[in-house]
Design a protein around this ligand. Structure first.
Ligand SMILES: C[S@@+](CC[C@H](N)C(=O)[O-])C[C@H]1O[C@@H](n2cnc3c(N)ncnc32)[C@H](O)[C@@H]1O
Ligand code: SF4
Length: 416
């Protein structure tokens, strides 16, 4: 575990430093949109009930506030069209984007009117897998659905405070089974390494997943970012990274015969709807309260307060709260992380994007990965070994935790 602990420590320091954003940041202009289509991420921060372990930006659902929020979102989305940006893929995440299915259908109609969209992915929860929610969603043209399950074990679902709201593991499995074939991709979000999750609980989850033979499974390691760390410790206990490694090994071993590995923690039978918008495209735009954008080598964060977001959009002001311009070295390292998430890195692409000397910025990373047995080299292609896949889980865990820490930090700036 020496390399694993070292990697956790180094990447935590690195993410804390490099993901910081500043409210004094002034973005470069929007007048030169990239020629190629980008990914559009849209954040719907409302949930009917909040889960105690969840570190994403979300608030309790209030219908009238959510209605106003949608109007503001429509405005922000139209601004990107007026700036000449083109998107071909949309990821609507949350929170729970399906809380208002009618408004969600309006949102989908708008993006389809503005751009030639190929794929629209939406996140949801098991209580919305019923005709009242699913019919308008299917009719709108959403073709990829991601359902948050976390576990099929009833005792764990109770501890996660999801049983009373989303039903038993068996009920959820039945709904997922009934839904198969309805969407191009049906993804199941699972989580592992809860302190009181036992080997038997994990094995049960894996057996249900293998029985279901769904299109895709995304298996997140528990990420205890600052906002939920104390809650996780008091409700479930201390997070154990040795167990994380062991559980990850079990997950890979069990799912591998049934699914292909689309990324370090995404297992697919259909080529992949990779969990987070940041992975598929090296640049993306985020709309909505608390959404992040990465363009022109700059990371930009929208305001978190929903009321402030609505006010700004009503006044036709920018919703931007903070940001940071990355150096070329930062951009190369960011692409390194995202490239490797899918299992390999092509140096030719990096050099084409940032110049022939750009790989100098990765010297330490390559040395570490080679010594730790994380990569093999095939010409200009760096491929992750089995060990390397787990190193990537660590890096991505620290990256997502870092992003969620920034979210919390921005939330505090907003409230000041
Ligand atoms: C942010 S939720 C949004 C979609 C939906 N509300 C749900 O519960 O699935 C997406 C997924 O993030 C994952 N997630 C939430 N909090 C997490 C945490 N602290 N660590 C790791 N994964 C987490 C869960 O697997 C969840 O399904
Ligand atoms: S896990 Fe999903 S339902 Fe639970 S609080 Fe987070 S976003 Fe909401």
């Amino acid at each position: 575990m020496i390399f694993e602990y070292a990697l956790t420590y180094i990447s935590r320091q690195y993410m804390n430093r490099n993901l910081q954003v500043h409210s004094s940041f002034i973005p470069s202009d929007y007048r030169t949109p990239p020629e190629k289509p980008l990914m559009l991420y849209i954040h719907i921060p409302f949930c009917e009930e909040l889960c105690p372990y969840c570190s994403f930006y979300k608030v309790p659902f209030e219908k009238s506030l959510a209605e106003q929020y949608y109007e503001s979102l429509f405005r922000e989305i139209e601004h990107w069209s007026q700036r000449g940006y083109i998107f071909d893929s949309v990821y609507i995440g949350g929170g729970t984007p399906t809380v208002l299915p009618g408004r969600l259908a309006d949102l989908v109609a708008l993006v389809k009117k503005l751009w030639p969209i190929k794929d629209i992915s939406v996140e949801t929860n098991p209580n919305h897998l019923v005709p009242q929610y699913m019919d308008p969603i299917k009719d709108s043209g959403i073709n990829r659905l991601s359902v948050g399950v976390q576990t099929f074990d009833d005792s764990l679902l109770k501890k996660l405070k999801r049983y009373h709201k989303y039903g038993s593991g068996e009920e959820i499995a039945r709904k997922l089974s009934d839904l198969q074939g309805t969407f191009d991709t049906l993804n199941i979000d699972m989580m592992f390494n809860f302190p009181d999750q036992t080997d038997a609980m994990l094995e049960y989850d894996l057996s249900v997943l293998n029985r279901l033979q769904g299109d895709q499974v995304t298996y997140y390691p528990l990420m205890p970012s600052r906002s939920v760390k104390a809650e996780i410790r008091s409700l479930y206990g201390e997070v154990d990274y040795k167990k994380e490694k062991r559980f990850y090994g079990k997950i890979v071993q069990s799912l591998e015969g049934h699914y292909d590995r689309a990324s370090a923690w995404c297992f697919s039978r259909k080529g992949g709807m990779i969990d987070e918008y940041i992975v598929d495209y090296n640049e993306y735009v985020g709309c909505g309260a608390g959404a992040f954008t990465y363009i022109n080598g700059e990371i930009r964060a929208n305001v978190f307060s929903i009321k402030e977001y609505i006010e700004k959009m009503n006044k036709n002001q920018s919703p931007l709260a903070a940001g940071r311009a990355y150096t070329v070295a930062d951009q190369v390292r960011y692409d390194f992380l995202m490239g490797f998430f899918s299992g390999y890195l092509n140096l030719t692409i990096l050099k084409k994007r940032y110049g022939s000397l750009s790989t100098v910025y990765l010297t330490l990373q390559f040395i570490f990965m080679r010594i730790a047995g994380g990569i093999t080299v095939e010409g200009k292609l760096f491929r992750l070994t089995e060990k390397g896949m787990y190193y990537l889980v660590i890096l991505m865990r620290e990256f997502f935790t870092g992003v969620n820490n920034v979210r919390q930090h921005c939330n505090i700036i907003d409230r000041d």
